[in-house]
Design a protein around this ligand. Sequence first.
Ligand code: HEM
Length: 528
Amino acid sequence: MCMKMHVTLLAFIFVFILSSIQTIRVYYRRKFRYWIERGINGPKPRLLLGTLYEQLKTPLPILEIQWYEKYGKLYGIYNGSKPTLIVGQPDLIKTILVKDFHNFTDRMVLKTKHPILDKHLVNARGDDWKRIRAVVSPTFSSGKIRRMEALVSACVHTFAGVLETYAQTGQTVNIKDLFGNFTMDVIASCAFATKTDTHNDPLNPFVTNARKIFNVELKKALPSLLLPTFVLKLLKIRSIHNEKANEFFFDTTRHILNKRRNADNSSDKYNDFLQLLINANNSETIDENDDTNDETTEVETNLIEDKTGKTGTTNRHLSTDEMLAQAYVFFAAGYETTANVLSFCAYELALNPEIQQKLFVELAGVGHESDGHQEWSYEELAKLPLLDAIVSETLRLHSPFTRLTRVSNTEYKLGDKQIPIKKGHSIDIPIYAMHHSDEYFPNANQFIAERFLPENRHKIIPYTYLPFGSGPRNCIGMKFALMETKLCLAQIVSRFKLIKCVDTETLHYKRITRLSTPDKVVVQLEMR
Ligand code: HEM
C-alpha cells in the first residue's frame, strides 16, 4: 500500500515537472514568434535567455559585428522573452533620437529598484529625468569644465610620475590598469572632493570600495535581467553592485554636502562637480549673466523642452538623494568609459609611431612651460586638429559603448515600413557595428585618424558616428571626458614614446560587459 502511494506520488511529481516544462516551452515559443510574425530577421533565441545566451558566450564587440553583417541594419533580438528591435539605419536613428524623441525619452533599465540609484541621470525616467537633466546640464558647460581642469591636471601629473618609473626601467606595462587608476583619481577629486593616489595607495577605502562597485556580480546581474521585479524585491536584490560599497559613496557624498551647505564661502572656494551641483541647485533658474553657461548648454536645455513638452513647472531642484545619485553617475558613466578610450588611444599610438610623432610635433607648437613640463589650457587643446582626430578615430574604432538604447513610451510605427513598436519595447542602436561598417567608414578596421581632420570630417554621414549618442539624451559628460582624455594624452605623448612590444598586438575583449573593454593593453615606454 505504502509502496503504491510512493509510486503515485512520484508519477504525479514527474507529470507536474513535465507539464511545467512544456508550459514554459509553449510560452517562450509563442513569445519568440514576435519578430518572425513581423517579417523581421534575427538570431535564434533560446529558452529563458532569448538571445542573451550569445551575449554571455561571445564578447559584445565581436558579436555586434557578426550580427550586423549577418542580419543587416534592422533585426530583432530577445532580452529574455522581451523583444528588442536593432536599428542601424541613419534616417531611422535620427527619427528615434531627435525627431520623435518625445516617444523615446527613456532607456530600458534593469528591473532592480534602488531608492538612490534609480535617480541618477542614466536611469532616471520621464519628467524626473527632464528636471534632473535641466539642473545638471549647466554643471557640464565648457566654462564649468574649465574650472575643473586644474583638478584633472593634478591627477595627470601624478600619473605621469608613475609612467616615468616604467620608462626609466624599460619594463613593459599594462597601461590599462594605470589608466583605471588615473580615472579613479579624477572621479575622487572632481565628483567626491576626495584626494586619492590610486597608483601608490591602492588600499585607500575610496579605491577598495570603488573596485567592489566595478566587479559586478553575475549572480546579481543575471537575475536582474531575467526575473520579475517582485521576485528581485523578495530576494532583496536592489542593485547589481555591492550594496556596502554603494553606501560608502552615498555616506561620503552626504558628509561633504552637509559640510558645504553649512559653510559660508564654499561656492567660491571649490571647483568640483559637487559644488557646481550645489550652486546649480540653489539657483531658481539658470543665470543668464553667467558667462560659463555656454551656447551648447542653452541649446540642449531648449531641445529637451521642445521635444518633450514643458513640464509646466519651474521646479529645478534636486532632493539630497538625487544629488547623491548624480555624484555616483561619474562612476556609472565616466570611469570605465574614459579609461577604455585612453587605453585604446595608447594602443593605437604604439602601433602607429608616425602618427604619434606628428602628434608630438603638434603639441610642441602650443602651450607653455611650467615646472619643467609643457602645459596646455583647455582652449588650446580643444583647437588641436590632430589630437582631436586621434581621439575621434579611437572613439570610432573602439567605441566604449556598443549600443545606444531607448524604450518606447507609446504604441509607435517606425519609418516607411511602419514597423510596429509596442509601448515598453526597446530599440537599440548598434553604434559599434556601424562604426565598423565599410559602407560608412572605408577600410573600417584600420586606424585612420585623417578621416577626422577638418578637411575630411564633413564626409561622415550624419548618425553613423555616435560614440556619445545624440539628441537630448546624449552623453552629458562628453566635454568633460574629452578634456580629461586630451589632457592626459597630451602629457603622455609630450613626455614619453609609447612603443609596441610583443604583447601589444594581442587585444582581447572582456566578456559579459556592456562596454567594449580590453582585458589589458601592454606597451613599453621611453622618455622623450
Ligand atoms: C569617453 C568617455 C565617454 C563615452 C564614450 C560616453 C558615452 C556615452 C554614451 C554613448 C551615452 C548614451 C547616450 C545616448 O543614449 O544617446 C552616455 C550617457 C551618459 N554619460 Fe557618457 N560617456 C563618456 C564619459 C562620461 C563621463 C566622464 C560622464 C560624467 C562625468 C558621463 C556621463 C553620462 C551620463 C550622465 C549619461 C546619461 C545622460 C542622460 O541620460 O541624460 N559620461 N555616455
